[in-house]
Design a protein around this ligand. Sequence first.
Ligand SMILES: [Zn+2]
Length: 246
Amino acid sequence: MDFISAPSPNFDNRPQTTPIDILILHYTGMPTGAAALARLCDPDAKVSAHYTVDEDGTIYAHVPEERRAWHAGVSWWAGEPNVNARSIGIEIVNPGHEFGYRSFPDLQIEAVIALCRDVVQRRKIPAARVLGHSDVAPARKLDPGELFPWGKLALAGVGVWPQTRRFSLGMSFEAGLRAFGYGLPPDTEVPPSTVVEAFQRHFRPAKIDGHYDRECEAILAALLHDFDPSSAFALRDNPTWRNPQT
Ligand SMILES: [Zn+2]
């Protein structure tokens, strides 16, 4: 993997007993990639990531993986309120919803896939814990957003994607979301539809309205059926997963 070193001072030590078992993908959400790189390395900004992937596929390395980068902010996943402590954070250059959200170029996605594959294999990160910023901070964040090609990543062995609509959920939608890992930090005051929107933005981007329907239920059922979030790493190499036609 070729990186350009672009060190950021914005990091600290991880808690010693916490494993690194979450991968968080972001978009930069700034008008240009150069502006985003400058901010991620600015000591006054107090934000960072481990890596940034530019639109041409160039990968910048900011913070050593062993250190805690400051990318997720106030967040929550599967009972863990300090997502930064146990995650690797990757920024993906895109102006985002505020400055002209657009498709992610193929060259950029190829580099994202290569980098993510390297990280999840080295760190043994479970497939179901490859997440977007909006998944772990649904009350605040939209990134990497509904144009991000999660299905393409899953076909390349990174993250999970529902392959079927044939299972039924067997529990309430809210309970299913919690079982998968979704939730809100304590004292977050937003309507429950906010979490449904985050789920849709990741797994049913064609319709993001905050109201779960039968398709959402079937998608969540498929995710929970195929991918036990606590032990999904081994399933990344499931051959039926790699090829949805089989
Ligand atoms: Zn983000």
